[in-house]
Design a protein. Structure first.
Length: 256
C-alpha cells in the first residue's frame, strides 16, 4: 500500500463537444460510481467544462482544465483565468503540457507564473515535464526534467508542494504508441522525487504524486503503475473512450 493515493487523469485535448463530453463523463461516472480507491480527474476542453461538471455533480470524479492564463483578467484574447475556472468548479489544471511548450511556445518562466496563480486560487496544478527524443538521445533527459521542474516550481512553498501533481511525459511517447519502459519511467520518477526531496525534504516529497503520461493503455498500465515512484497516469488517447479509461482506473486501483 503506497503512501500516495494513485491519480488517473484524462486529458481530452481538443476532443469532444460540450454534449459529447457530458455523455462520456456520465458513462465513466456510471462505471466508476463513487470509487475512491484512486483519484480520478477529467480534463475536457474549456467549452465542455460546464457540461462535464454538471454530469459529474455528486460523483467522486474531479474536473480539470488543460491550461490557464496567469493574469486575473484583461486584454488576453482567447485566454481563460484561474477565477473563471474556479467559477465552473474546476479543481485541477494541466500546466506546461508538451503540446503547449512545443506548439505554442510556452517557456518555463511563463509556466511557473501559471503554477503560482493556480495554487493561489486553490487549483491543483498538474505540472508536465519531459524530454524530446533528441534530448533523450543526447543524454539530456535528467537535465531537461530538472530544469522543467525547478523553474516550474520556483516560489512554490512547503505548504503548497503536496497539492502539486507532477506528470512525467516523455515527448517521444506522447500520442506515438511508443511507451516508456517501466524502468525508463521509474528512473525519471525517482529522479523527480529526489529533486523534490532536496527542495522540500523527504516527508513532503513522499507525499507528492508523480504520474506518468505517454501512450499509457490498459495493456501496459499495470507494469508502469507497479513501479514504486509511479503514482498514476495522465492519459490522452485512451481517455476518450469510457471502457478503456475505466479499465485504466481499475488498473490503478489494483496497483494501489
Ligand atoms: P497519449 O496518451 O495519447 O499518448 O497522450 C498523453 C498525454 O499527452 C496526456 O497529457
Amino acid at each position: 500500500m503506497s503512501l500516495r493515493k494513485k491519480l488517473l487523469a484524462g486529458n481530452w485535448k481538443m476532443h469532444k463537444t460540450a454534449a459529447e463530453g457530458a455523455s462520456l463523463a456520465a458513462d465513466i461516472a456510471a462505471a466508476i460510481g463513487k470509487e475512491t480507491a484512486v483519484d480520478v480527474v477529467l480534463c475536457p476542453p474549456f467549452t465542455a467544462l460546464d457540461s462535464v461538471g454538471r454530469a459529474l455533480e455528486g460523483q467522486a470524479i474531479k474536473l480539470g482544465a488543460q491550461n490557464l492564463h496567469p493574469e486575473k483578467f484583461g486584454a488576453f484574447t482567447g485566454e481563460v483565468s484561474a477565477e473563471m475556472l474556479r467559477a465552473l468548479f474546476v479543481t485541477h489544471v494541466i500546466l506546461g503540457h508538451s503540446e503547449r511548450r512545443g506548439l505554442f511556445g510556452e517557456l518555463d518562466e511563463f509556466i511557473n507564473r501559471k503554477v503560482l496563480v493556480a495554487l493561489a486560487n486553490q487549483l491543483k496544478p498538474i505540472l508536465c515535464v519531459g524530454e524530446t527524443l533528441a534530448e533523450r538521445e543526447a543524454g539530456k533527459t535528467l537535465a531537461v526534467v530538472q530544469q522543467h521542474l525547478e523553474v516550474g516550481l520556483k516560489g512554490v512553498t512547503e505548504e503548497q508542494i503536496t497539492t502539486v501533481i507532477v506528470a512525467y511525459e516523455p515527448v517521444w511517447a506522447v500520442g506515438t504508441g511508443k511507451v516508456a519502459t517501466p524502468a525508463q519511467a521509474q528512473e525519471v520518477h525517482a529522479f523527480v522525487r529526489g529533486i523534490l526531496t532536496q527542495h522540500y525534504g523527504a516527508a513532503r516529497a513522499q507525499k507528492v504524486r508523480v504520474i506518468y503520461g505517454g501512450s499509457m493503455k490498459p495493456a501496459n498500465a499495470g507494469e508502469l503503475l507497479a513501479q514504486p515512484d509511479i503514482d498514476g497516469g495522465l492519459i490522452g488517447g485512451a481517455s476518450l473512450e469510457a471502457r478503456t479509461f475505466v479499465d485504466l482506473v481499475n488498473a490503478a486501483a489494483a496497483a494501489q
